[in-house]
Write a protein that binds this ligand. Structure first.
Ligand code: NA7
Length: 540
């Protein structure tokens, strides 16, 4: 049974579900919903599948989660047949994995590549969505956005960019044919996870690299390397346990956060714990103690440890000082991991400009001008994204009564569970604002959302429900809860964090992801479903 309304005149445009995006979310949504018997079409603006990993091909681009768990868990055979080669997968390996998934589950026949959605409009009379692309309109009962959280590039509005005589690129829109940086004077603006990955790689290729840093950042060594056959076999033998821990964890990683306070042990033990975590590398560093994100004093111990490491690595004391973060605590902004990031500043062809002390005034034909001109052939903007809301507001979504989502979210995003927005019936937002998403290993967050949505649509079909909509009351309560939970942590205190929208001028300052942890969140979602979708109105 399908939700088809009206005569079955056009199999391609009358659908149960339209999914926007063919990254990790969209591919799994298609696989799962199709296997439940729904007629699904995926619209993807890129010319290939992969989402984030289709676009992010900059030098050094790789995932900060480890390969064996930055992957789908839904299919036993898939996780056993795929062979990751490195501890952290490089962008092309993740793309190859997602292309393999698309082939393996025969997904391509229901995906339109190179197809950008221009608008999606809800029709109150029929309770359907009209999804418009450049050349046609698709009608569907349910609209599922799988547009990613970090897919709208943030290129700063710096005067003079159009006069620059060289080439410039944003890391999230890197040319597929690559960029030859050999022998060139390159500038990288931004020192988030992306800049921190790119700096050491570009430094090796460019004649000279100038890094323009606005906020000094903490970073933990990745300790990347090849995965041996024995390690692969060991992981595969333990996959059930690994996946269970991911689901029971706070951040969707296969490790739990220590239950010991950083303040409950003496300094020697604390330092030994940090040293061990530093040597092991990875995002697991932030799991060293229970209270790194809840107690300023505890957090200071980790922040001080990393500051000492920076001073120990960077030989020039003035550069080390500029690289030392002081305005926020470790991991209160998304913590990067790196391969020789701080070491790169010991090279003679790398220089650092602190643009907080010496702001960028303009871009000239010759380069970037702060107090002085920095001559450049190439500018790389590693300046991040209009995160979480950018991709959803990047096209014209209109709910009941023609209300634009942009209007509804003018003061910041409001959702129930990050899954639905009141006034936008039959719309589901995978990893939407108000869900754990970016605070979590993304595939774990995505699988939970896709499965919840798929189970929900099966339920609606069984009950003959054609319209589902959250209420403003449920939405208000959830937003209040999201804020309350965020403020139990130190996260909202990082005033330049993209979690708060602070990186995009004019964006409302709202803490967007749900900080209560993946396991707690998944339990809440399950309970909502068990109670007959509490907080949602279901109607025929
Ligand atoms: P991020 O983490 O948002 O980092 C962007 C960087 O660019 C950050 O250092 C910003 O400084 C800097 N930035 C942004 N705008 C400007 C301007 N106008 N001038 C100078 N510097 C600027 O993005 P990433 O791509 O590194 O990482 C995004 C996520 O991808 C990451 O967290 C992982 O989840 C994967 P700021 O800190 O705002 O002062």
């Amino acid at each position: 049974m399908t939700f088809r309304n009206g005569p079955d005149t056009d199999r391609d445009t009358q659908l149960d579900v339209v999914v926007i995006g063919a990254g990790f979310s969209g591919l799994y949504a298609l696989q799962r919903l199709r296997s439940e018997g729904f007629r699904v079409r995926v619209l993807e603006q890129g010319d290939g599948v992969g989402g984030t990993w289709y676009w992010n091909r900059y030098p050094g681009a790789r995932c900060d989660s480890e390969s064996y768990y930055y992957s789908y868990s839904f299919d036993e055979e898939l996780q056993h047949e795929w062979e990751w080669t490195e501890r952290y997968p490089e962008h092309f390996e993740i793309r190859a994995y997602l292309e393999h998934v698309a082939e393996r589950f025969d997904l391509h026949r229901d995906i339109d590549l190179g197809t950008r959605v221009e608008s999606a409009t809800f029709d109150d009379a029929t309770s359907t969505w009209a999804v418009r692309t450049a050349d046609r309109t698709l009608t569907c009962r349910f609209l599922v956005t799988a547009v990613g959280c970090l897919s709208t590039a943030n290129v700063p509005d710096i005067p003079g960019l159009d006069t620059f005589a060289g080439e410039w690129f944003h890391t999230g829109r890197w040319p597929h044919e690559g960029v030859d940086l050999a022998g060139k004077r390159v500038g990288i603006v931004g020192t988030g996870s992306t800049g921190i990955q790119a700096v050491p790689v570009v430094a090796k290729e460019a004649a000279h690299l100038t890094v323009f840093q606005r906020t000094a950042n903490y970073s933990i060594p990745a300790r990347n390397g090849p995965v041996s056959a024995a390690e692969r076999a060991e992981v595969k033998a333990r996959y059930d346990e690994i996946r269970r821990i991911q689901r029971e964890s706070t951040n969707g990683h296969p490790f739990l956060i220590s239950e010991v306070s950083a303040l409950a042990v003496d300094e020697a033990e604390r330092t030994a714990t940090y040293e061990k975590a530093w040597e092991r590398g990875s995002l697991k560093f932030r799991a060293s103690f229970a209270d790194l994100l809840t107690s300023r004093e505890a957090n200071d111990t980790a922040s001080d440890f990393i500051r000492d490491k920076i001073r120990a690595v960077v030989r020039d004391p003035a550069t080390a000082e500029k690289l030392t973060p002081r305005d926020h605590g470790f991991a209160t902004k998304r913590p990067p991991i790196d391969t020789d990031y701080f070491e790169a500043y010991n090279r003679t062809n790398v220089s650092l400009v602190d643009v907080r002390a010496d702001p960028i005034r303009e871009i000239t034909p010759a380069g970037i001008r702060t107090g002085e001109e920095h001559p450049l052939d190439v500018i790389i903007f590693a300046t991040g994204f209009d995160a979480m809301t950018g991709p959803l507001l990047g096209f014209d979504i209109r709910g009941a009564g023609g209300v634009p989502l942009r209007t509804k979210w003018a003061a910041g995003p409001v959702t129930h569970l990050g899954l639905q927005v009141a006034g936008f019936p039959n719309l589901f937002t995978i990893t939407g604002p108000g869900s754990p998403s970016v605070l979590c290993n993304m595939p774990t967050a995505i699988e939970q959302h896709v499965e919840w949505i798929a189970d929900c649509l099966v339920h609606l079909r069984e009950k003959g429900v054609s319209r589902m909509e959250t209420t403003e009351e449920a939405e208000r309560a959830w937003v209040a809860h999201v804020n309350e939970v965020a403020h139990q942590t130190l996260l909202p205190q990082a005033s330049t964090s993209w979690y708060l929208g602070a990186n995009v001028p004019g964006k409302p300052r709202v803490f967007m992801p749900y900080a209560g942890g993946m396991a707690t969140y998944a339990k809440t979602c399950a309970e909502v479903a068990e109670k007959g979708y509490e907080g949602f109105v279901l109607s025929a």
